[in-house]
Design a protein around this ligand. Sequence first.
Ligand code: NI
Length: 194
Amino acid sequence: MAVRRIRIWPDPALKEVAAAVAAFDAELRTLVDDLFETMYKANGVGLAATQLAVPQRVLVIDLDPRGDAKEDPELAKELTAMGFAGPVALVNPEIVSADGEIKWEEGCLSVPGVNEEITRKGHVVVKAQYVKGKVLSFEATGLFAVAVQHEMDHLVGKVFVDYLSRLKRDVIKRKMERLKADDVDDGVAAAAML
Ligand code: NI
C-alpha cells in the first residue's frame, strides 16, 4: 500500500477518459488499496483513479472515514438512510437510473480549498463490480448520491469546477497556480472533499 500523488486541477491527467477494467488482478487490488490510503491521508470521502493519473474506471468512497458513526447513532442513521453501508470500492460503475435533484456544497481533493454548490441527481441506482469482479447494485441518496456522481465524473475527465461559470473557473485556476507557487498542497476545506 502506498500514498500516491493526487493531481491538482487543471492537470491534464484529470481530463483523461478512463477505460473499463478488464483484469481483476493483484494490480487492481493494489490500486484500490492505494486509493483508500491516499484518500484517508488527504481527509477525503471519495477518490477516483483518474485523480492519481490512472485512467481506469475505479473509485472509492467512505463517507465516515474516521468511523464516527460507531459512537454517533444519529450519524449512523443518516448514513444508512443514504444507502451507505461502509467503505466501498467501485469498479466499472454505471448509473442505471437517476431522479430528483440535490444541491450540495462540494469540494474536491484535486481542487484544494475550493467549495461550491453543485446541483446533481438526488437519487441514483448504481451498478458496479467489486474488486474481485462480482457485480453489485445499490441505491444512493444525499451525500452518497453526490459522491458517486462526483467520482464518476472524474472517470470521464470531468471535475466539479466544469459546472461553474468560466469567470469562477478562471479565479479558481489562479488560486491553484498560487497554491503551486507557494508549494502548499493542504487546502483545508469545510465541505466534503471528493
Ligand atoms: Ni473530486
